[in-house]
Design a protein around this ligand. Sequence first.
Ligand code: AP5
Length: 209
Amino acid sequence: MNLVFLGPPGAGKGTVAQKIADHYDIPHISTGDLFRGEIKAQSSLGKKVESILKSGELVPDDLTIDLVKNRLVKDDARNGFIMDGFPRTTAQADKLLEITSIDYVINFIIPDESVIERLSGRRTCKNCGNMHHIQFMPPLKEGICDVCKGELLTRDDDRPEAISNRLQVYKNQTQPLIAYFQDKNLIKDIDAEPAPETVLERVKQVLEA
Ligand code: AP5
C-alpha cells in the first residue's frame, strides 16, 4: 500500500503514521525526520537546510526530491510506504507520481487553533525522537521521554513565530495539492480533531473499506 499523509503542520500525521506503519509493516517516511537526521549528523545537506527548517520555510524541491528518491529505493519500501510531509508542492507531487504510484492520499483536516495548541505543547525526545504533548500526551515524568528516558525538548520550529510561518507556507504551497489529488480521485478526507485513537481507527477504516 502506497500512502501519502497530507495536512497542515501539527495535524497529527506523524502520530498516526507510525501506528499505521507498524500495523501494515511498511515504513513511515517523514521528510521532516530525514532532514532533522541530516542536521543532527551535521552532513553537508544538514548544514544547508538547518536554517530553513528553523524558519518553517520549505527546503528547495530538488534537494527534497533527491532525498525521497534515495529513500524509496531501499528494500523496506518495496511493498509499500507512508509518505509523511511529502509532497508539499506541485513539483514534488508531479515527481512522486513519476517515480511511483499512490493508492490513497489521506487528507488530515484540522482548524488553525488546534494546530497552534498541538505544536506549542509538543515536546520531542532529544535521543529517540518520540513525541509527547504537555496536555494531550503528557510524559509520566515531566521533561523525560517515556520510551528512552531522554530529555524532552521543544523543536526549534515549534516556537510561535515559526508556527505561524509554517501555517502560511502550508496554505500557500501545500494546500493546493488537495485539489491536485482530488482531480486524480486519490483523496480521502479525515477529521483530525478527535483523540489520536479515534483518528487512527478512522484512517484504518478508510484503508480497509
Ligand atoms: P515536518 O517534520 O514534516 O513538520 P510538519 O508537516 O510541520 O508536521 P509535524 O511533524 O510538525 O506535525 P504532524 O502533523 O506530524 O503532527 P504530530 O503527529 O507531530 O517538516 C518540518 C520541516 O522540514 C518543514 O517545515 C520544512 O522546512 C522541511 N520539510 C519537510 N518536508 C518537506 C518537503 N516535502 N518539502 C520541503 N521541505 C520539507 O502531532 C503534533 C502534536 O500534537 C504532538 O505533540 C502530538 O502528541 C499531538 N497530537 C497528535 N495527534 C493528536 C490528537 N489527535 N489529539 C491531540 N493531540 C494530538
